[in-house]
Ligand binder design. Sequence first.
Ligand SMILES: C[S@@+](CC[C@H](N)C(=O)[O-])C[C@H]1O[C@@H](n2cnc3c(N)ncnc32)[C@H](O)[C@@H]1O
Length: 238
Amino acid sequence: MDWREYWNGPHPIYVNARHRALHFDLIARDIARLFPSRQAVALDYGCGEADTAATLAQACGKLYLFDTASTVRERLRARHSGDPKIVVLDEAGLEALPEGALDLIVVNSVLQYLSETELESVLDYAHERLKPGGKIALGDVVPANANAVSDTLALLDFAVKGGFLAAALVGLARTAFSDYRKLRDQLGLTRYEEGRMLELLRERGFVAERAPHNIGHNQTRMLFLATPAPARDPAAPA
Ligand SMILES: C[S@@+](CC[C@H](N)C(=O)[O-])C[C@H]1O[C@@H](n2cnc3c(N)ncnc32)[C@H](O)[C@@H]1O
């Protein structure tokens, strides 16, 4: 099994319904702050179950949802077919978006499942599809020095504040014997040094910075914001 197959199957990554609800509420609030205007056209890349997509769509002009898992896309289509502001894309739909169509691309908690080469393809895609001044937000990026302990502590802190500690403890015990743990041990998660990520973004033609606050509950992970660098005026001195 690889990560794509894993995410296409049943994957109990939320310890209970309250954890899931609080997670999506929190990331919706963090993502909504990134919309440059209420008319913004946004793409949530690797959106997962996107439980709060309808709320997010109210805060922008149009919300595209994309996930590589076909099972996820089917559920999203069933849930949002009546919402004119939400469009669920498959790979062909993603490719068909015209150049300069998007104000914001959010990629949250996805890069750890992608190789660096796959990230470069995502960045090249973003560079083409973003409007001038548009932004890509790479959230929940796992730092090079992270380990399972930092994720566990962050979850426990979220659980204490959110009132689901008992369920989190049971969930953590369950995770220790889960396919997620086996895959994480086998394949690992892709991690980045802050400097390496900024360098990669620069190499792919972005002006980038690390934001002070990550999307979601785990503040040991990182958020990067990047805008395509303005095209150089060929007449300007080098
Ligand atoms: C941890 S979930 C994150 C979901 C959501 N972005 C969030 O923050 O709650 C990771 C998601 O990334 C998706 N994914 C994995 N590899 C992907 C890829 N190469 N392109 C797009 N999505 C991918 C998975 O199917 C899964 O839904």
